[in-house]
Design a protein around this ligand. Structure first.
Ligand SMILES: [Mg+2]
Length: 223
């Protein structure tokens, strides 16, 4: 341990990158293959939700019941190769200012982590497609918990195993990110680059139109 640290935890979709519906399309393809219903996600909002919670929502919407643990695990196993294949076709767009912000924080020896509703292997696929994976030393994921606040807490626990964390900053694009950060007593920055419009994000400590604004906020906040 080398002094007290400010830990940053970044959401992935809508915050670091856009994956061009790769996740949603892969979920729909799995559901159609397993249950014969196309477009199963229609009307389901994905932003800020965890993968296991989305699987459950689709099951309830289309089959009128929740998946059991085996069905959910099998669904997510089937999802990964389809996600990988879609990412290979569509690629991902890294959002403006993301690489510069990560470099800025790294220069200041800020530990960087992920806090995402994606299961770990899905998160890794998206980060690899964006060539962003190397920036992050730890994370909390949808496979840690279907409840976002719990996976954020797990990421913080993992960080505390290796750093003396004095403050946590969660960066996300939805009200779910804000609520989860609050439950963990973290500071939260919202970026209006994802599924929730800027006026919905007013509960954050800072709201940015884009990640490009984060370094100046960090400099002022932690001067
Ligand atoms: Mg998001």
């Amino acid at each position: 341990m080398h002094g007290k640290k400010i830990l940053y935890l970044f959401d992935i979709d809508g915050t670091l990158l856009h994956a061009h519906r790769a996740g949603r399309d892969a979920f729909d393809a799995v559901f159609e293959a397993r249950h014969g219903i196309a477009g199963a996600s229609e009307g389901v909002r994905y932003g800020g939700k965890t993968d296991p919670a989305i699987v459950e929502e689709i099951f309830v919407a289309r089959l009128g019941r929740r998946p059991d643990a085996d069905e959910r695990a099998a669904f997510l196993d089937a999802y990964l190769p389809l996600l990988r294949a879609r990412l290979a076709v569509t690629g991902v767009d890294v959002l403006p200012g993301v690489r510069e912000t990560l470099a800025y924080l790294r220069e200041r020896e800020v530990p960087l982590g992920i806090a995402t509703g994606n299961i770990r292997r899905g998160a890794d696929e998206k980060l690899a497609a964006a060539e962003l994976g190397a920036w992050f030393e730890l994370g909390g994921y949808g496979c840690d918990s279907a409840i976002r606040a719990e996976l954020v807490a797990r990421a913080i626990e993992r960080a505390r195993e290796r750093h003396d964390v004095m403050e946590v900053v969660v960066v996300g694009d939805t009200t779910h990110d804000i609520a989860a950060a609050r439950a963990c007593k973290a500071t939260v920055c919202a970026v209006a680059t994802g599924s929730d419009a800027r006026d919905l994000l007013a509960g954050a400590d800072a709201v940015f139109d884009a990640m490009t604004e984060l370094p100046a906020w960090h400099a002022a906040r932690f001067a």
